[in-house]
Design a protein around this ligand. Sequence first.
Ligand code: C5P
Length: 233
Amino acid sequence: MSKVIVALDTSDRMIARSTVDELASFRPWFKIGKELFVSHGQKIVEDVVSAGAHVFLDLKFHDIPNTAAQATRAAAELGVRMVNVHASGGRTMMEAAANALKDISNPPLLIAVTVLTSMGADELREVGIEAPLEQHVLRLATLAKESGLNGVVCSAREVRLIKEHLGEDFLTITPGIRPAWSTTDDQTRITTPADAVKLGTDFMVIGRPITKHKRPQEGYALIQEEIDAALRG
Ligand code: C5P
């Protein structure tokens, strides 16, 4: 599949809306994260949903099971197509979030964050995780699958490991994507769109190479061409 999710990383509602309008003809998904959501709340979700686009509401819930479940349900009621929780919130929390979507018609995909890619082995050890990083990612992804979630956010470099253990249908959502022509910004472990396709990524989250491009439509079109060429093999 390899669908693009454009990250709307801004606190400015007008900038977010103009990005959505400008890219509408490509029919991408859009990611609304904490910055934009805390600034504009459900109004901005309604803006993007009513423009006919699919929204990934990236609020990474991590709370007691009842609170995480109610927040997940509230997100679904806003009409978003993807919502996420931290796998480290545990099995009971993830099961509660999945159960909260059971009686919703056309529910959003429920995705888990495994280990934040900003955390290295040293920082993990500081919070008590002694296992090697990849092993911990796989452990949390397995727990997410067992809890009824649809997939995980991970690095494109972890896609094969996850798919080999949890099946091709278990979705992978991968940030850290940079086309060869783009600046890397603050991303370090990057993968090109073509390589992400070859690795089997289901959704790639891409922000600045599109939103900060001089002509965002051109940036998007170049990325889509690269994806289509890789899909053709
Ligand atoms: O602009 P850029 O393509 O780097 O945006 C990537 C998006 O993915 C940002 O919204 C960033 O917060 C998010 N993200 C990430 N790495 C993760 C999880 C989320 O870059 N591990």
